[in-house]
Design a protein around this ligand. Structure first.
Ligand code: CU
Length: 158
């Protein structure tokens, strides 16, 4: 039996507040993650150079994913994460607004555990896009995910 964890893709009525919920999650290797759109239009897209030159923030041996646009409430997308490490991902239309999430699979290591700019100046990273400021502020820390296992986002009433 495969374990399944659900991550909701939320928004307030005006789209001023958008978030993955939970934004931080710990799972064992082999867990299936199911993202479900609840309001607004979202994607779940791995931080990986193959996804529009984003920096690599998933384990080196893991396959990147990109759901494409999930338009209707209830639309969903699944990925099974088998390679241990930290996985950072974003929502394409809302990355600049800070809609990002982090999953720790078994072990808190790999590129997703590095500082956001770890790759700057390294050969082969030309053209990689830095993580936007609002996204940097939104990621829960790996340490918090290891303690809480499931990190809820700050609500729209901030
Ligand atoms: Cu979004």
């Amino acid at each position: 039996m495969t374990a399944v964890e659900v991550i909701a893709m939320r928004s307030d009525a005006l789209g001023a507040w958008v978030s993955f919920d939970p934004i931080g999650l710990y799972v064992e290797p082999g867990t299936t993650i199911r993202w479900i759109a609840r309001a607004n239009v979202h994607t779940t897209t791995a931080y990986h150079p193959r996804n529009d030159h984003h920096s690599l923030r998933i384990p080196a041996g893991a396959a990147p994913w990109d759901s494409g646009f999930l338009v209707h409430p209830g639309d969903h997308f699944e990925v099974t994460l088998t390679v241990p490490g930290v996985y950072d991902y974003y929502c394409m239309p809302h990355e600049a607004a800070g809609m990002v999430g982090r999953i720790v699979v078994g072990r808190p290591d790999g590129p997703g555990a590095e500082a956001f700019d770890y790759w700057v100046g390294r050969p082969g990273t030309e053209g990689w896009r830095p993580v936007p400021e609002a996204a940097r502020r939104t990621f829960p820390s790996v340490a918090q995910i290891l303690v809480d296992r499931r990190v809820r986002p700050a609500g729209p009433q901030r």
